[in-house]
Every structure is written in C-alpha cells, then in structure tokens.
Design a protein around this ligand. Structure first.
Ligand code: AKG
Ligand code: FE2
Length: 337
C-alpha cells in the first residue's frame, strides 16, 4: 500500500486485491440508504461492521484524521474499484426517484469510512435531508453556486460556514469522473497571511451570508457577524468561510483589506485534484476550504457523479433540532453563529 502526505493533506492508495474483494462483498448489501430512515440505520450498522475488515493502515489513518491529531485538512483514499456499468446512468437530479439503483456498494463503503470519523447527518434544507447525497450536475443549476452547478467556478467554501451545527467532515466519493472538473483544496496554514491580518481575521468583523433555503436573505451583509479564522484547543488554525457569501462589516476598512488579501492568495496556495472514479476525498470542514472548477456536462447520463455525506463528531449537539428524523436537522434558522 502506498501512502504519501504533507502536513496538510494525505493520500492512501487502497490495496487493489482487498478493495476488489470488499466491493464484491458489498454488492450483496441488502439495505438501501434512500428508502427509509429505518433501512438507513440497518445499512449504517452493516457498514460499521465492514470496517473490521479494513487494512490496519487505512483504519489507523482514518482514526488519526478523525481525531484531528494529525493537523491535516484532507485525506484522499484512492483506488476503490467501481464498475461503471453497474452504476446506471448519472441521474439528471438528485431525487431518489431518479436513482434507479439496485445495489449500494459505493454508498456502503462511504458510510463505512464515515463511521470511523463520527456520525453521518444531514440538514433538512439540503437534498431533502438525504443522508447520502448524490451530487450531479443539474441543468437548471448550471450557473449557480451549488454543488449541482457546473458551468461556473464553485467558489471557495467550507460547508454551511454560518451554522454552528456545520459538519466536522465532508466525504466525497467520486463514482463517475469528468477529467475536466477539478476539486481544489487548501488548508488555512497554506495561505500566506501577515500577523496583523491574521489577528483581524480571527475577530468577528465579517458577515457570512445565509442562503434563502436556510431562512436567510442570501445577502452576506444580512448574515451573522463572525470571525473567519479561529484556533482549536491545540492551537491549530480553523476556518469558516464562503468567498461567495462574505463581506467585512460596513465601514471596517481593516477587515475589508484583510479579507481581500486572504481571498486573493487562496488560488495559488491551493491544490487542484481531478477526482477519478473510486477516489474518496475526506475534508476536515474546520481545516480545509474547497472549490470546484467550471466544467461542461452533457446531461446525457454520462456526467460526473459524486456521493457525499456530512459527518459530525457530536450528534448530540443538534439533538434539540432533530425532532422529526434521527439524523436530519430540522429547518431552523435560529442556530446561526
Ligand atoms: O464537485 C466538487 O468537487 C465539490 C462539490 C462541493 O463543494 C460539495 O459537494 O460540497
Ligand atoms: Fe462543498
């Protein structure tokens, strides 16, 4: 097994014979993640048991990444064998009805990996609360700042930057690739920042906009006042930002300058990856910004297709706002900040 890494990101190539055998075994997984919450829970239990067969190195790297001890912001597992023919056509949108799938081996693997990092969950406002979300290009969204957009650059962001219940980790499994679409990642430590700017970016001198689906206006200036950078208990830098949905507080020239300088230096500090089918990219949502380059889907069933889950280390913190479904945070705009 080969693994290479930097202090910011780490890549593991899954051993091919093991990965093939595991995927063959998962073909028989009897539960769908899409039909009901009860069935999803059965699949979750099943996925957790699969982790017992993971190679030691994969398991221990996942545990290390999940514990945040490594300080890294991204972990890429490569080489999951995906039989393109069994996937069926890329759906035209993410609705469950569109997923004429009969086997759920990729979803099961995604959940198995997620189970080492924490608990999967979703927001009711996104993808109808699907826990496993299918990120595909949607024709009507082509020019939007959504994961389902395509023809425009999807700006640098952490997921749900304005929300205190945002995910700790986001896992993206590429099941069908488009070589022209690149996923870009950057750790805040990689972006050069002067000590003065860093101090400013750590103060609540910025607004992060709340999208209309979450009860906000979609305008950055209406969003809560928040810092962009922070520090965790170990003194490591954390980040919450969506460069499409942020502004400095009105009249705060220092904050505006610090934000502009930071934003300007992101692209050259970033790493650009073309996700291949079978690549699973796990992002620490407190330590990595991501983005996606523009690309041109054909909308003919052969387009790029990612499956994604959001993971929290502490499902309990959203207990009060999960009143309807076990893993789905209710539509509620009272949680910002
Ligand atoms: O398409 C990608 O590579 C990333 C999409 C994205 O930002 C997401 O699904 O969170
Ligand atoms: Fe994203």
């Amino acid at each position: 097994m080969t693994s290479v890494g930097t202090q910011h990101q780490f890549t593991i190539d899954l051993p091919a014979p093991w990965a093939r055998e595991m995927m063959d075994g998962l073909l028989a997984a009897p539960f769908s993640p899409y039909r009901s919450d009860a069935e999803l829970e059965r699949l979750w239990e099943h996925a957790k048991r699969c982790v017992e067969d993971f190679p030691d190195e994969v398991r221990s790297e996942l545990i290390r990444f999940g514990s945040r001890l490594s300080g890294r912001g991204a972990l890429l597992l490569r080489g999951l064998p995906i039989a393109d023919a069994t996937l069926g056509p890329t759906p035209a949108d993410w609705t469950v009805e569109a997923l004429a799938k009969r086997t759920w081996e990729t979803e099961t693997f995604l959940l198995a990996v997620a189970s080492v990092l924490g608990e999967v969950f979703a927001f009711a406002r996104q993808h109808d609360g699907n826990v496993v979300q299918n990120v595909v290009p949607i024709s009507a969204d082509a020019y939007t700042q959504k994961g389902t957009g395509s023809k425009v650059f999807l700006q640098w962001h952490t997921e749900d930057a304005y929300d205190r219940l945002r995910a700790d980790f986001v896992a993206l499994l590429c099941v069908r690739s488009d070589p022209s679409a690149k996923t870009a990642i950057v750790h805040p430590d990689q972006v050069p920042v002067t000590p003065e700017h860093r101090k400013i970016l750590m103060q609540p001198r910025f607004h992060i906009g709340v999208d209309p689906a979450s009860g906000g206006s979609g305008r950055p200036e209406d969003g809560p006042m928040l810092p962009i950078l922070g520090e965790d208990a170990d003194g490591n830098l954390t980040i919450r930002l969506d460069t499409d949905q942020v502004c400095a507080v009105a009249g705060d020239i220092g904050a505006a300058e610090a934000l502009e300088a930071f934003r300007r230096d992101i692209p050259s500090a970033a790493r650009y990856l073309t996700l291949a089918a079978g690549d699973l990219l796990i992002l620490d949502n407190y330590r990595t910004l991501h983005a996606r380059t523009a690309y041109s889907p054909r909308f003919d069933g052969t387009d790029r297709w990612l499956q994604r889950v959001s993971i929290t280390k502490d499902l309990q913190k959203s207990a009060e706002v999960r009143t309807r479904r076990l893993r789905v945070v209710d539509l509620d705009a009272s949680l910002l900040g």
